[in-house]
Design a protein around this ligand. Structure first.
Ligand SMILES: Nc1ncnc2c1ncn2[C@@H]1O[C@H](COP(=O)(O)OP(=O)(O)O)[C@@H](O)[C@H]1O
Ligand SMILES: [Mg+2]
Length: 253
């Protein structure tokens, strides 16, 4: 059964029930329950240190849960295995971009595109359909001209674009972007926005973290506001952003 078929039943793409992650005395995420509607764009906002990245790390299985349940496409999980999340229909980018620095742009895409197991990957790489897919992905994120460059030689914005291309190499339902716009020049920023809108228009679920409230207003259908690891507000973007407690906790500072 393909991912798309497996997912058609659940009302939400992603839910959490009382999930927690503590680092010593720091309650980074504290009994947090959220629901992310299927399709469209959901933003996660909140002050620095409010637990946004930790939440994405929990949803993608990069960090183990201390407690609670992550529900992906209606399937409740007490343990989310990072290597399994593509099977559950999720992939993500990192706030601190993670690439294979000593590999070319092309190879960075190829590794994401082909089977992670070594031997099948060696065979798959030679196949025209993977080469065509890699070209399409690189063109999509505007990195085709840079395909021979080492990842370590890319600019900050180009690294972000390549990482988004790598996430898009997995054909899944839900994409998590941790601060995709941070530090980008306007032209790059528009490109990333365009890529995300295109993915949304294909019926995918996009979840992104951002501090840029203009972009949050423009892009999101649904918004989740965190404060000190807890849910401060959740709902339709303009309605939530007009609530007094949200303005006080976040927009006011
Ligand atoms: N690996 C870690 N070890 C210890 N503390 C951490 C770790 N990751 C995050 N924290 C702490 O958890 C809190 C939430 O961090 P984070 O999720 O990165 O917030 P945000 O992404 O909203 O800025 C912060 O107080 C941060 O210092
Ligand atoms: Mg963060």
């Amino acid at each position: 059964m393909s991912t798309a078929q497996a997912t058609s039943g659940a009302a939400y793409a992603l839910e959490t029930e009382a999930i927690s992650k503590h680092f010593g005395a720091v309650r980074a995420v504290n009994r947090l329950s959220i629901s992310v509607p299927r399709q469209g764009m959901t933003s996660i906002v909140g002050p620095n240190g409010s637990g946004k990245s930790t939440l994405v790390n929990l949803l993608s299985g990069v960090l183990p849960l201390d407690g609670g349940t992550v529900i992906i496409d209606g399937v409740g999980l007490k343990v989310v295995h990072a290597y399994e999340t593509p099977d559950h229909g999720i992939t993500r980018t990192f706030q601190e971009v993670r690439l294979f620095d000593q590999m070319s742009v092309w190879d960075n895409i190829m590794v994401a595109l082909t089977d992670r197991r070594l031997f099948p990957a060696l065979l798959e790489r030679a196949q025209p359909r993977y080469r065509e897919q890699a070209q399409r992905l690189l063109e999509n994120v505007g990195m085709w001209e840079k395909r021979r460059d080492l990842a370590s030689n890319l600019s900050y914005g180009q690294r972000k674009l390549l990482e988004i291309g790598r996430a898009m190499a997995l054909d899944v339902n839900t994409y998590l972007f941790d601060e995709p716009f941070a530090g980008l020049f306007p032209q790059m920023l528009e490109r990333v926005k365009g890529i995300m809108k295109e993915m949304r228009d294909q019926g995918r679920t996009i979840i992104f973290i951002s501090h840029n409230m203009d972009i949050v207003r423009e892009l999101s259908d649904h918004i989740i506001v965190l404060d000190s690891g807890s849910l401060l507000a959740e709902g339709e973007v303009e309605e939530v952003l007009s609530r007094a407690e949200v303005i006080a906790a976040y927009l006011g500072d």
